[in-house]
Design a protein around this ligand. Structure first.
Ligand code: ZN
Length: 416
């Protein structure tokens, strides 16, 4: 492919990411939440860019903006690209937006190369992934894949509005949970391009990497119960200090995860009761977050941590309980799509690296209707969910060349 066409498209992609970042509900930052006024403006802008790339553009009832390049081949199936256009508060300009704008640029490059794809392509800008407004993630991709449930529609935001009410206002009529946009057998696959949001690619000196799996997550609330007492008059031997027990457990969590890569385990929140400088802690609650790309390994780690906590509690004569608050299975990426993507990455940067995604993405939901693959793009210091989130223009061009190469290979697949 001509280097010039690619460089030009990558520059335009960089400019568009900047322009989209200025579309915000809050002046001076990038904040777009589900169905907000800024999300409407973002959809209009992205829709115009889709149109300029010759895509047929529509918006569905949950506010996803969808651009479709229909194939002229009879009976052609559809390949999907997508990511989310909503953001966290005061976000960067790459998280989500990259996975929508980069495929648009890739299709423009493909067209300029004169390549005609033997399948239809659909690019989806999902309306909600971050879970900011309704404290529940994936409303956009759930709507698109027909997985939005009645309980999703009943979720309420801080102002008391439900998802159903917000959708009714947006559509001018009440809407029930939408059906899937495609039948399963219409979909060839889904590719999500996303910034890594971690430091691995930067440490390896690689612009892009291929996601092997999206880690499953178990989150739990753990509590230790001891006996509160006077910090001056209770001898050390007679104490049942819940906070000291919790501290021992937290270090065990770290040690176990370190010994079992790529397992990651985190205690990110802790609260001690009664919580006074001169009182031995009688009770402690803490959060536990355990993630692994393999379900069995995650479940085993979580069970082992429970056993460790119980034995610490027994030895220290503490009460102990653990309650799982969330349990999501891992998503394995499609072997064939991932292999093809790895070939593209090797062709473009010489070396391909596989890495698990510790964060959830729209691909988790889309995996219920299509084989999925993900391309990670290096971001500076792994920083994300922050206005300083940064992808170097050279890396944008590298990622674009990978996706163009991938589409070219897909076009020559016998199945396509
Ligand atoms: Zn994201």
């Amino acid at each position: 492919m001509s280097k010039n066409i690619l460089a030009h498209a990558a520059k335009e992609l960089g400019r568009r990411l900047e322009q989209l970042a200025r579309v915000s509900d809050v002046r001076g930052e990038t904040t777009r939440t589900f169905m907000s006024p800024a999300m409407g403006r973002a959809n209009a802008l992205v829709g115009a860019w889709m149109q300029a790339a010759d895509l047929d553009v529509r918006e569905d009832v949950v506010g996803n903006i969808i651009g479709r390049l229909p194939s002229k081949k009879a009976g052609a199936k559809t390949f999907l690209f997508g990511s989310h256009l909503d953001t966290v508060r005061d976000a960067g300009r790459f998280d989500g937006a990259l996975g929508v704008l980069l495929p648009i640029a890739a299709l423009q490059v493909i067209r300029r190369m004169g390549l005609v794809l033997p399948f239809s392509v659909e690019i989806v800008g999902f309306s909600e992934e971050e879970g900011v407004r309704f404290s529940s993630a994936y409303l956009g991709s759930k709507g698109y894949t027909g997985r939005l449930s009645q309980s999703d529609l009943e979720l309420r935001d801080a102002s008391g509005l439900s998802v159903a009410e917000v959708l009714a206002a947006h559509n001018g009529k009440s809407v029930s949970a939408p059906k899937a946009a495609h039948s399963k057998d219409d979909l060839i696959g889904y590719l999500e391009v996303h910034i890594e949001q971690g430091p691995v690619l930067e440490a390896k000196g690689l612009a892009t990497g291929v996601v092997s799996a999206i880690s499953g997550q178990t989150r739990a609330r753990v509590s230790f119960t001891g006996r509160a007492g006077h910090a001056g008059t209770t001898p050390m031997a007679l104490r049942r200090d819940a906070l000291a027990g919790a501290a021992e457990f937290i270090l065990e969590v770290e040690a176990l995860a370190k010994a079992r890569p790529p397992l990651v385990a985190t205690v990110g929140w802790i609260s001690a009761f009664p919580g006074a400088t001169n009182v031995i802690a009688g009770g402690v609650e803490l959060s536990l977050d355990v993630r692994h790309p393999k379900n069995d390994d995650r479940v085993a780690a979580f069970d082992d941590l429970g056993r460790i906590a119980r034995s610490i509690a027994r030895r220290r004569k503490l009460g102990f309980s653990v309650k799982a608050t969330q349990d999501n299975g891992a998503v394995t990426c499609s072997g064939s799509l991932t292999e093809l993507l790895e070939r593209s990455v090797r062709a473009c940067q010489g070396e391909s690296m596989a890495l698990p995604s510790g964060a959830g993405h729209d691909a988790v939901i889309v995996s219920s209707v299509a084989p999925v693959a993900m391309l990670f793009v290096r971001c500076k210091k792994g920083l994300s969910h922050h206005p300083d989130e940064f992808v170097h223009p050279r890396d944008l061009e590298a990622a674009l060349s990978v996706v163009v190469d991938f589409l070219t290979r897909m076009a020559h697949q016998p199945a396509a």
